[in-house]
Design a protein around this ligand. Structure first.
Ligand code: AMP
Length: 421
């Protein structure tokens, strides 16, 4: 399938060519025609599938069809809600790129920074507003923003918004929108709360699920290192001696942990910066752009800060801490191996995280090869998975259980494998 076959107008096609896009991704193939036909859309898709262009391209096209291209923007016609500042900025950049040859104005607003530049920009007219929910509500309440003429509404990463406690704000924003509008909702997972939201927002939507959460990882080469909690930082420094790790996104469960890891790396002469919610917006943006430009080799992030971050050509993802939510693991490793490229994901696993590893393997129906040849290897490995554990593990439900029994472990009987990093 080519973009040619999707009836995309020339200025957008020209911009896509400039971006180097040749063929639509599966979600784009399935979203662009119905959205152009005015249908509501429900996409079960995660970052890395090309979902941003899946809504941005048809929205731009529909807007240009309705607009006199020379007319000045005087009201917001498209509203895109995103859970994090980083994701909002990326979406804004995508609209700017795909709309490069179209005269429509995009503005991105988010909290944690002064509102003045945002309110000034709003005064000069905006067609497409990309926003995080909190700041949007603030500016609506202060009457800087009027949403009464929004024609296109996108809720991106809805499940993440739920995780971050933003759903209440989202519902309040929806009450400010006109009744007649075209809606698009994207979510990597569909917990019940999101299903309810879908039913209340979308009218007879076209439903498309692409690359189910457990199958997007086929292009990622995964391995796991068993290591005690106290030796994880030494293991990380040891692995980073390998210069073939050009860039690594390291996931830490906590903000404090992210800071500690970063400090230790820097002390060892490895360029690293941390990105998490306690950092100022400017510090986060700087860390991200330094990493994207290759100025720092390692970016240490918490899940929420990293969600949706799009980094071209990321060579490695390192899960310093395994997550207890298997779907999050898939999101994490999806940062590498993007757009069909191969990526490498290394996970550290201590005794307490062993059950998380099994949940991940269960969700993805893949067993992750264990690297045993490293200086900090511990000798506990494969669990005996009994039916009880299997029953408790569901691919749709985040697991919170911890491994608390030695019955879950047995002595390693596998032959050592060659070191793979
Ligand atoms: P997203 O899932 O929207 O975060 O997109 C993931 C990455 O895929 C981004 O770097 C996009 O620029 C890229 N991308 C999106 N659509 C295409 C396409 N049709 N061809 C090549 N790359 C794409």
């Amino acid at each position: 399938m080519l973009f040619e076959n999707l009836n995309i107008i020339d200025p957008i096609k020209k911009a896509l060519k400039l971006e180097g896009y040749e063929n639509p991704t599966p979600i784009q193939e399935q979203s662009i025609p119905p959205i152009l036909n005015g249908r509501d859309f429900l996409g079960c898709a995660q970052t890395g599938t090309g979902k941003t262009a899946a809504f941005a391209i048809p929205i731009l096209q529909l807007m240009i069809n309705k607009e006199n291209p020379k007319s000045k923007s005087n009201h917001i016609k498209a509203l895109i809600l995103a859970p994090t500042r980083e994701l909002a900025i990326q979406i804004g950049e995508s609209f700017d790129s795909y709309g490069k040859y179209i005269n429509l104005k995009t503005l991105v607003i988010f909290g944690g920074v002064s509102q003045n530049p945002q309110t000034n920009a709003l005064k000069s007219g905006v067609d497409i507003l990309v926003a995080t929910p909190g700041r949007l509500i603030d500016l609506v309440n202060q009457k800087f923003i009027d949403l009464h003429r929004v024609e296109f509404f996108v809720l991106d990463e809805a499940d993440c918004m739920l995780d971050m406690g933003m759903i209440h704000d989202v519902k309040r924003i929806i009450t400010k929108l006109p009744v007649t509008r075209q809606n698009m909702l994207f979510s990597a997972t569909m917990p019940n709360e999101i299903k309810k939201l879908v039913d209340s927002i979308l009218k007879d939507p076209v439903r498309v699920a692409v690359a189910p959460v457990s199958s997007t990882i086929d292009t990622v080469d995964q391995s796991v290192y068993f290591v005690s909690k106290k030796n994880k930082r030494s293991l990380l420094i040891h692995l980073l001696e390998d210069k073939s790790i050009v860039s690594a996104l390291v996931f830490s469960r906590t903000k404090h942990g992210a800071n500690k890891i970063t400090e230790d790396l820097v002390k060892s002469g490895i360029s690293a910066q941390a990105i998490h919610g306690n950092k100022s917006q400017s510090a986060r943006q700087l860390a991200l752009s330094n990493f994207k430009e290759g100025k720092t080799r390692v970016l240490v992030a918490t899940d929420i800060a990293a969600r949706g971050i799009d980094i071209d050509h990321l060579s490695h993802v390192i899960n310093f801490d395994l997550t207890n939510v298997p779907e999050t693991h898939v999101h994490r490793i999806g940062r590498t191996g993007r757009a069909g490229l191969n990526g490498i994901a290394i996970s550290f696993c201590d005794e307490e995280e062993f059950a998380y590893l099994k949940d991940i393997e269960h969700l993805t129906s893949k067993s992750i090869p264990v690297v045993e040849d490293h200086p900090y290897a511990i000798s506990i490995t494969s669990p005996i998975i009994n039916n009880d554990i299997k029953k408790k593990t569901s691919s749709n439900r985040p697991s919170t259980k911890k491994s608390n029994s030695n019955n879950n472990f047995r002595k390693n009987t596998r032959k050592p494998k060659p070191k793979r990093i």
